[in-house]
Design a protein around this ligand. Sequence first.
Ligand SMILES: *Cc1c(COP(=O)(O)O)cnc(C)c1O
Length: 457
Amino acid sequence: MSQSQRSTADWQRLDAAHHLHPFTDYGELNTKGSRIITRAEGCYLWDSDGNQILDGMAGLWCVNIGYGRKELAEVAYRQMQELPYYNNFFQCSHPPAIELSRLLSEVTPKHMNHVFFTGSGSDSNDTILRMVRYYWKLLGKPYKKVVISRENAYHGSTVAGASLSGMKAMHAQGDLPIPGIEHIEQPYHFGRAPDMDPAEFGRQAAQALERKIDEIGECNVAAFIAEPIQGAGGVIIPPDSYWPEIKRICAERDILLIVDEVITGFGRLGTWFGSQYYDLQPDLMPIAKGLSSGYMPIGGVMVSDRVAKVVIEEGGEFFHGYTYSGHPVAAAVAAENIRIMRDEGIIERAGAEIAPYLQARWRELGEHPLVGEARGVGMVAALELVKSKQPLERFEEPGKVGSLCRDLSVKNGLVMRAVGGTMIISPPLVLSREQVDELIDKARRTLDETHKAIGGA
Ligand SMILES: *Cc1c(COP(=O)(O)O)cnc(C)c1O
């Protein structure tokens, strides 16, 4: 039976019968039925009932270039005919992987000139955990094993990824984290200390790293890992004082800095990488999502010259790799995605024109009675839903209000995501000014309806 012949109810029935979804409450899904997305173009999705929806999340923070770019389909088609698969193990290589490596060394920070390919962001962080321990072993410091991360961080869903992540619910389901991973507080000003001076709060949150290193012993610490802006944790934007203080600590201590750019890479903050936005010098940088704009599953670890020199010159064989590391079709598509973004100036335009407009208009939503804070950077933003603004009072069950708001948003033709009581957006970078206006109008209508539904004035 062809796709278009099935009704929405058929799709939902089959889906419930056979498909175990990622990050989904199965009971709830099977009573409500899944939303079936059948088609997409530009910044819009269409569901199986024909509804047109503005994709405020670019899929899962990944379709940076927008949907429907035929060039990417054509590159995949040609590559599949020429060489659909070959591996990069045991001294082999192929043109798409080589070409993508070269392109990545051009667009990433200057001191990063090597890449280890993976299949996803989670894989990338597994590779990183292996690589940092390997690095310190090669340098004769095998005790440097502990990686320090942050509460509410998201670094993926494999055993290493979920352990590095700082999400209590994930840890509780799998006896995680594995040994050798520690977490410090996150720089969440609005959530933790809204009355405190942000600069002072940012410095204090950063100094938690220093305290943790002292507690564990510098000789045991391998690395610190962090997202420039915490994404899945609710778009947590650190105060301006945070990163300079983290940089100072990392420079003074003998540890590696891992900057997880899976979301912030490839233009999300209006710069090519979050490391450029915050002027960071990562030793290792996981990438995925925007690398192929989600058109193909592919990830990687950008390796700085400092680390590459050791693993290349001091090491023999690194006993690590994935069958699909540098997959030719995925690599060809990623390279074309990067070329288009570069040649069309998509990131520069988003950063200079669309992001300032989006952020200015998004701040207007901060005046809504339901919104305690409206924040954002570049092409990512969040709204904190609160029971009362003055005095500041939170909902007892913020997740319920967030879910309600998310469902109303989709009904109004806009995908927003809810993280507890925080509504977030991360639209394609190719969003137009008119589409910014559409997004804001739909978000405002959604806030009004949510407010009404919970008994607000
Ligand atoms: C999504 C994400 C990951 C995991 O990537 P997957 O491709 O889903 O495995 C890792 N780190 C960050 C910051 C992410 O947002």
